[in-house]
Write a protein that binds this ligand. Structure first.
Ligand SMILES: *Cc1c(COP(=O)(O)O)cnc(C)c1O
Length: 370
């Protein structure tokens, strides 16, 4: 089965094999070495200086990393502004509220780009310390939010950015130094091609050094984890098989040419599918220029509901992804993350062509273009 959902991804054989490495106790030096190689490797993906940045490993899904970042790095006297244009932006607000953080959402509809004028107005009208949290790649629609523009507004107000890069880390450019980034949260099982269970936050050491431990959460206490990991240990029992997989996945990424090569690969696959679908009258939900290379969303064509499309593609060996909330009725999503071969894409396109032709041929009313 080829997974075209936005994580977990189709594994390469070498990453799958890495899961079966020896049993390991996390209080032994071998684990400390593995952890240190991972922390160094994660900084290496974006060539970050270990003197300035710290990568903190967590056992959990991507949301654990986002929650650790927000609950730890927004102190009690700081107001958080969240940018919402999809499920994951709205999740930032829900996480903040769960931790009793004073939060002001700047909301737009899911198909729109973040409202930077509103962000500017909100920042201008607030007194006291503020942080901004935003999603880089909003997986709800596949929109790649313009973080350079968001960052420019933040910079004008002297405000730091907390970034959910869960579905972009390893596949898209991240301006660690250009946007005023305080921290980025991500996971091993999306663009890095590992398995679920290993997540991480990359934070400025300056920011971590000023962060109290524990803060609002014990398990997700980022500063506590950072201190334990800097000392070569770990606070709790880590998901070691997921760590093994991540190490192999990072080695594979480096051998393949790093994130820029992965970005080009994703783009080639996404554009191949976009062109093939366009030839069948199936159009992208948001403009291609605004879309990530990681995931694209498409209008469901008239006469074809999501369940039928999903089931027929699954029978052909592919798992696609539904829209969320109100978008469930109108779009479908296809991610090109994971170990996807050229032949897989050719078979996927052939399956789409057959399903779309059957729909027209079986007397269903095809109304493309209306
Ligand atoms: C996948 C994803 C998450 C985290 O989801 P988990 O199910 O917790 O791994 C967070 N933010 C974005 C933008 C995502 O795509």
């Amino acid at each position: 089965m080829i997974l075209l959902n936005p994580g977990p991804v189709t594994l390469s054989q070498r990453v799958r094999a890495a899961l079966a490495q020896p049993d390991l106790c996390h209080r032994e030096p071998e684990f400390g070495d593995l952890q240190q190689r991972l922390r160094t490797g994660l900084l290496g993906v974006y060539a970050l200086d270990p003197a300035c940045w710290s990568s903190v490993l967590l056992t959990g899904s991507g949301t654990a990393a986002v929650e650790a970042m927000l609950s730890s790095l927004v102190p009690p006297d700081v107001r958080l502004i969240t940018l919402e244009n999809g499920v994951y932006g709205e999740r930032l607000t829900r996480i903040a509220r769960a931790h009793r953080i004073d939060v002001t959402p700047v909301h737009v509809a899911w198909e729109q780009m973040p409202d930077l004028t509103a962000l500017d107005d909100v920042l201008a009208g607030l007194e006291g310390p503020v942080a901004v949290a935003a999603v880089h790649h909003e997986t709800t629609t596949g929109r790649l939010n313009d973080m350079a523009a968001v960052g420019a507004v933040c910079r004008q107000h002297g405000v730091n950015l907390l970034v959910d890069a869960v579905s972009s880390f390893g596949g898209e450019a991240i301006g660690f130094e250009d946007w005023p980034v305080a921290a980025v949260a991500a996971t091993g099982n999306k663009c890095l091609h590992g398995v679920p269970g290993a997540a991480f936050v990359i934070a400025r050491r300056q920011v971590l050094d000023l962060t109290p431990s524990p803060g609002r959460s014990l398990y997700l206490d980022l500063a506590g984890h950072a201190r334990a990991q800097d000392a070569g240990g770990t606070a709790f029992t880590p998901g070691i098989p997921a760590f093994y997989a991540l190490e192999e996945a990072l080695a594979e990424l480096a051998e393949q040419g790093g994130w820029p090569a992965r970005h080009r690969r994703y783009r080639a696959l996404a554009e191949q599918l976009r062109a093939a679908l366009a030839a069948q009258g199936v159009m992208p939900y948001i403009p291609t220029d605004d879309a990530s290379v990681v995931l694209r969303s498409y209008h469901l064509p008239p006469g074809l509901d999501y369940a039928t499309l999903h089931d027929e593609l699954k029978a052909a060996g592919f798992v696609i992804y539904a829209g969320q909330g109100g978008l469930a009725e109108i779009l479908f999503r296809v991610s090109t993350m994971g170990a996807i071969e050229d032949g897989d894409m050719q078979r996927l396109i052939a399956a789409f062509e057959r399903i779309l032709a059957d729909r027209t041929g079986s007397g269903q009313q095809s109304q493309e273009g209306t």
